[in-house]
Design a protein around this ligand. Structure first.
Ligand code: GDP
Ligand code: IMO
Ligand code: MG
Length: 446
């Protein structure tokens, strides 16, 4: 029986999910995104070529692989078209390999405007969002006034009095009340929203049904998470989070599949920690040490180009990700970034009022009062960059990884030693093998 696996960020996003999804895609025939939107930036390097996927599943780079954008994703049609065009210029054709759930919600221009306004109003307490309209689109969804992909097809709207027109009129009038200055004209927004349907239609369908049939036919699916556990709307460092569930539960709600469809869960964690935007980051490094990590790791956002905040590996955080996602194993990425360090601190717990906590506090005030507890491991004598066999790693690097396994409480299945697909060590063949079965290729995605 083929086993479907989930790839989930175990920290604050940008862990290298794109690279690992790409690596595992050769063992599957379908890759499905279940949440988030084009706030994500998943980088895949293949030889000299670099691809950055935002909305499209990273599996799109593999010819013949079907890609699904589930109902839990929020879709900005213009961003989608731009991404498809960029890929085409890079020699990758989407063709009929894409299926977008008709229930996915749409991001419209007023969502971006409302987000800018909300961030400005928050002042010092701003979240540091990606300004893609993600939050306001999810807000409309939960408030039951959102516009779904299928709504764009509404022919009754020719006369401007159908449900799409009514919803947009109401939403634009709310926007006009909220945003000062020039008013937006709902007719313009409506006409633009309708105009994308002709281009989108070929890819729109019932994603849950497609996945059910594909799995019945023996297809193997990879569920690609965006963001990371600590940015999850429920389990992350609220309110400094994104507006969706990037954790494992998001797969069921965001795609319409049952929990038993998920056969294995792989968490992705950097060998250190980064975060973009505001909010707590217990092991954050300020000054030279942080800058050094940022420069060695080229830690600048794949979507927004913003510098990422950097800190040491935080086992409390990844252990928490193991718990809330039921991770079977982790992939540790960017080990090579630590190559030039003499010593590497590893956070194993938090000191709070004289006690050591080993579980991530659910209370923000407690977290704010925590100090990381470190143990320090020696750096390595020779570089790990590009190493492809575990036994070729310097012994200190192996000790560091083994210590990560011990304090995180989960096996390491993959170690990544460079951005390229080839710069990878599969540590536990057995675990990965279990997830890799011969999979049938479903006939069509749409
Ligand atoms: P994602 O959002 O989780 O897919 O991660 P991003 O693509 O936003 O950020 C990860 C960055 O690290 C990208 O630039 C990758 O090309 C790069 N990367 C991934 N794995 C490695 C690695 O093992 N070593 C190095 N040096 N870079 C890596
Ligand atoms: P990938 O999939 C890292 C962060 C933003 C901000 C917060 C809320 O590439 O790992 P939003 O625009 O989602 O409302 O912003 O979440 N954020 C990410 N950080 N990687 C991402 O995606 C992110 N997507 C959102 O920086 O702090
Ligand atoms: Mg990213």
């Amino acid at each position: 029986m083929p086993v479907n696996i989930a790839v989930i960020g175990a920290q604050w996003g940008d862990e290298g999910k794109g690279k690992i999804v790409d690596l595992l895609t050769r063992h599957v025939s379908v890759v499905a995104r279940y949440q988030g939107g084009h706030n994500a930036g998943h980088t895949v390097n293949v030889g000299d070529a670099q691809f950055i996927l935002h909305l499209l599943p990273s599996g799109i780079l593999h010819a013949g692989v079907r890609c699904v954008i589930g109902n839990g994703v929020v879709v900005d049609p213009d961003a989608l078209f731009d991404e498809i065009e960029t890929l085409s210029r890079q020699g990758v054709e989407v063709d009929d390999r894409l299926l977008i759930s008709d229930k996915a919600h749409v991001i419209l221009p007023y969502h971006r405007e409302l987000e800018v306004l909300a961030e400005a109003r928050r002042g010092d307490r701003k979240i540091g969002t990606t300004s893609r309209g993600i939050g306001p689109s999810y807000e409309d969804k939960v408030a039951r006034r959102g516009i779904r992909i299928a709504d764009l097809a509404d022919d009754a709207d020719e006369a401007d009095d159908g449900p799409l027109a009514a919803a947009i009129r109401e939403n634009v009038s709310a926007r006009n009340r909220a945003v000062g200055g020039a008013e937006a004209d709902w007719r313009v927004v409506h006409a633009e929203a309708r105009s994308v349907w002709e281009r989108l239609e070929r890819w729109v369908g019932d994603a849950s049904l497609f996945l059910a049939r594909a799995m019945d036919e023996g297809a193997c699916v990879l569920f690609e998470g965006a963001q990371g556990t600590m940015l999850d709307i429920d389990h992350g460092t609220y309110p400094f989070v994104t507006s969706s569930n990037g954790t494992v539960g998001g797969i069921c709600t965001g795609l319409g599949v049952g929990p038993k469809a998920i056969g294995g869960v792989l968490g992705i964690a950097k060998a250190y920690t980064t975060r973009v935007g505001e909010g707590p980051l217990p092991t954050e490094l300020h000054g030279d040490a942080g800058n050094q990590l940022r420069e060695s790791g080229r830690e600048y956002g794949a979507s927004t180009g913003r510098p990422r905040r950097c800190g040491w590996y935080d086992a409390v955080v990844v252990r928490y990700a193991v718990r809330v996602n039921g991770l079977d194993a982790i992939a540790v990425t960017k080990l090579d970034v630590l190559d030039s360090l003499d010593e590497i601190p590893l956070c194993t717990g938090y000191r709070y009022r004289g006690e050591v906590l080993t579980e991530f506090p659910s209370n923000g005030a407690v977290l704010a009062a925590c100090e990381p507890v470190y143990e320090t491991l020696p750096g390595w004598s020779s570089p790990t960059a590009g190493v492809r066999r575990y036994e070729d790693l310097p012994s200190e690097a192996r000790s560091y990884l083994e210590r990560i396994e011990a304090v995180t409480g989960v096996p390491i299945a993959i170690v990544s030693t460079g951005a390229d697909r080839a710069e990878t060590i599969v540590v536990r063949e057995g675990l990965i093998d279990r997830w890799q079965a011969d999979a049938a290729v479903p006939a069509s995605a749409s």
